[in-house]
Structure formats: structure tokens, C-alpha cells
Design a protein. Sequence first.
Length: 295
Amino acid sequence: MKRWVAAILGAASASAAHAEPATVQDYMNQPQVRADVRIAYGPAPAQVADLFLPKGKGPHPVVVLLHGGCYLAEYQGLAQTSGVAADLARRGYAVWNVDYRKLGEAGAGYPGTFLDVAEAVDRLRAEAPRYHLDLHRVVALGHSAGGHLALWAAARPRIPHASPLWRADPVAIRAVVSLGGIGDLEGQGEIFGGACGPDVIPRIIGAADRPRPYADTSPAALLPTGTRAVMISGEFDHVMPPYTGRKYVERLTAAGDAGEAVAIPGASHFDVVIPTTAAWRVVVGALAAEFDRIR
């Protein structure tokens, strides 16, 4: 286990003894932080990304941040991740906090939600010169459903050309940090569905209308991607427990990719996306380690 993991997990374990795991209400009620700029990448209200910029001239390493919320509109998204986006910007990263159409909004599901993520990530090319973004150093950070979408975004070069999700020359994501995310929609979908509802994944991938709905939507079906993945889970994550991250890392390493699984003592599914928690310090350490790898 790497030194940063051991050191920060020790601190997280000590802090956990004095704090209750965060709840969904704690997550939803976080104060919102205004971004430096909001950019629309499409006409729908959810087709926007908030850009948080660090101090300095750049070029800035980029974190593509993808919120969770069971792919459901009721859980909002950008408001809940604005605090961690602002925290990362203070640490020297440009943060591209992406919203996308969620179930309950027109056009969500397959292919709309996936095309939103693809369009938002590739929009970085147009914005990079103006905001001094370093597109050679891009890491995706996703929570829950957003953890799946972060892994999927990194796997886009592997999407079959016949798929409506295929796009030529997608922006390269060099590493992924998935927080309580799901990488194997087929093998672990029932686990995710236990918290989010059994119909959520079938709806988001269009399972009722396609013969092979996982082939272009599940990161596990697109391995190997050549992208390193870190699967982080809270010890008490009820949505995607730590063993799911370990299982996914076993699968991706068997396919020839690199990755690791980290379980944070005392943390829930939501501690990892609240910037005042000890669990968030583990996430920050993971991101820093991945950026160090791609310098």
C-alpha cells in the first residue's frame, strides 16, 4: 500500500472515532460555491459545466468532476459538488464540474446522458486556450453514478465504432478516481440498484430497447482502456460497499490495466464528497498521486 494511503488512512481512522458517517442529508445540504464561469455545452438546462480556476497563469492540470445521485434529477448535482470543486481549485487544479441530463429530464437515458458527458469532456478543447488548461494532465473524479461515468469517459476510445456513443479523438483522460462508483454495470448492477432502485441502470443504458446494452455503456465491457483507476469506498458505503471496488480492480488488472482499491475507515457513501471530512483528505491524496504519475 502506498505511503500516502497509509498516512492519510491513519488520520482518517483517528478522525472517524470522533465523527458520525455523513448522511444523504449532509450531502444535499452542503453550501453552494459559485464557479468562476458556467459554460453551456448544449441547449438543455442540465447541459452545462462549471469551471473553477486556481490562482496563477497556468497551464493548469484539470479535474473533470462528475456528480452522483443515482442518475436521478431529484438529487441535483452541481450544487452538491461545488464545495469540493472550490477546494480542489484552491489546491491548484482547474475543475470542470459537469452536469448532464438525468432521469426525469427530457433526453436523459441512452444515448442522451452518455452523449452529454462526452460532449462536456470534449468541450475542454475549445476552452483550454482561454483558461490555460493543460489537456495533457486530465484526471476524472466521479462520485457514485458519476464514478461510473468517469470510468466510462476514460474508456471512450474503446467504444465500438457502430455505437451511437462513438466519437473520433475524444479528450484523453489519464486516470480516474472513482468514489463509491460502479464500473461493472452488468455484474454489480443489482448492488447499485439496491440503493438507487432496480430500474435505474436499465433505464440509463436503454436496456429494454437494445440487444447488448452493456457493450458501450459499462466500463467493464470496454477493458482494457490503458487508464489507471483508483476505486475509493467508505467503510460504511451502503451503495457500493468496498468489496465492489476490490472486485472491479481485480477485473481491470486481469485485463492488463493498473488500479487499486482503497477503503476509508468510518466513512459513508457521502463523506468522500464533503470537503470538511477526513475522507476527503484521502481523495485529495489520491488525486495528487495520480497527477504526480502523469507529469
